[in-house]
Design a protein around this ligand. Structure first.
Ligand SMILES: [Fe+2]
Ligand SMILES: [Fe+2]
Length: 354
């Protein structure tokens, strides 16, 4: 987790200035350290072909390797690519899939090597394979496959998509990281984003502002990235000091996002303001709270009530709506509560499962 944290914090601050190659190379180096392997190769799918090529290569000794191409279906990476499934091997020297990848740099295959390879997924599509090799010593523990997958997911995000938007990509990296940190909030950002859009539709938010709302909602809790995992996942009551720390997340989020977008950061800062002025961090009131923040505030509560929590199971949408109705005018903007009720009555509001 430590490596994952430093990796993502590094990526977050530099992703917009990094080239794809640099991003993948940085992830590759971190995976090498994280897995205590001797070699890590990130293979990327070559567009319009059935080949993978080594987009990044890292070795313990810092050696350089020429670009390598692997056909889907051959070698270890090709096997993982063909099935979209991870693979773990001990005494890999006896496995024909491993032998197919050698010689490498003129070296003979290390017969006692252990290998783990996991698919690289970017936004639900397969884009490559991460392969780590220990040439000698102890094999990899099986659970490393589960630990490696989030790192591979992050590497996958560095790969540009057809309609690439650097900022949206950065947002997704941050969110994935946040959700890896805190299992209980898994899917929270995406659900809040979807609920926010449902509410926004009801109040006729102009199309041009929808994309901004989408990103704001996705990033609203990004400030939690630097709050300790143990505190985020704490099941019992929080002390007032702990509560104070958690309540810093809108300001931390503001500081992070401000470097990229001033308008987005302001809205993220205000997502815990209350309509009556009793929220935080600035005790803004009514229309002084940006509309996007007011929308996210309602969506956030809707998701909090309808999701499992460490201390209670999820409750139904009707319970959530009753609860939100009770806090009209105090916590929530009445126009937005009305939009939510209307969406529910018209069958446009439905629970999102992520
Ligand atoms: Fe929040
Ligand atoms: Fe939230």
């Amino acid at each position: 987790m430590e490596t994952l944290q430093s990796l993502v914090t590094g990526l977050m601050s530099t992703l917009n200035t990094y080239t794809v190659h640099e991003c993948v190379a940085s992830v590759c180096e971190n995976i090498l350290k994280f897995t205590e392997a001797d070699r890590c190769v990130i293979y990327l799918m070559e567009k319009g072909s059935d080949e993978l090529f080594s987009g990044a290569y890292a070795t313990r000794g810092g050696g350089y390797a020429p670009e390598k191409f692997v056909k889907v279906g051959t070698g270890i990476a090709g096997w993982v690519a063909a099935r979209g499934a991870p693979l773990i091997l001990d005494a890999a020297g006896a496995d024909p899939r491993f032998l197919e990848e050698w010689p490498l740099n003129g070296e003979a295959p290390p017969l006692n090597a252990s290998v783990i390879a996991v698919p690289l997924i970017s936004f639900d599509s397969f884009v490559g394979v991460v392969e780590v090799v220990r040439t000698q010593g102890e094999g990899f523990r099986k659970s490393l496959i589960t630990d490696l997958q989030p790192l591979a997911n992050i590497a996958g995000l560095a790969i540009p998509r057809e309609t690439d938007d650097g900022f949206a990509r950065l947002a997704e990296v941050c969110i994935r990281f946040l959700e890896e940190k805190d299992r209980y909030t898994h899917g929270h950002s995406i659900r809040v984003m979807k609920y926010s859009l449902m509410i926004a539709e009801g109040v006729g938010l102009p199309h041009s502002q929808m994309e901004e709302l989408r990103l704001c909602a996705l990033l609203h809790d990004i400030g939690k990235v630097i709050i300790k995992d143990s505190l985020l996942g704490k099941p019992g009551r929080l002390t007032s000091k702990e509560l104070q720390t958690i309540r810093m997340h809108p300001t931390i989020g503001f500081n992070i996002v401000e470097k990229i977008s001033k308008t987005l950061s302001r809205k993220i800062r205000s997502h815990h303001e209350r309509f009556d002025g009793n929220g935080y961090p600035d005790r803004l009131q009514g229309d002084n709270i940006p509309l996007a923040s007011r929308i996210i505030c309602v969506a956030d509560t809707l998701d909090a009530i309808t999701s499992d929590r460490p201390y209670r199971p999820a409750r139904g949408i009707d319970v959530a709506i009753e609860e939100i109705k009770k806090h009209t005018n105090t916590q929530f903007d009445p126009a937005l509560v009305e939009a939510l009720l209307k969406a529910n009555a018209e069958g446009r509001l439905h629970l999102v499962r992520v």
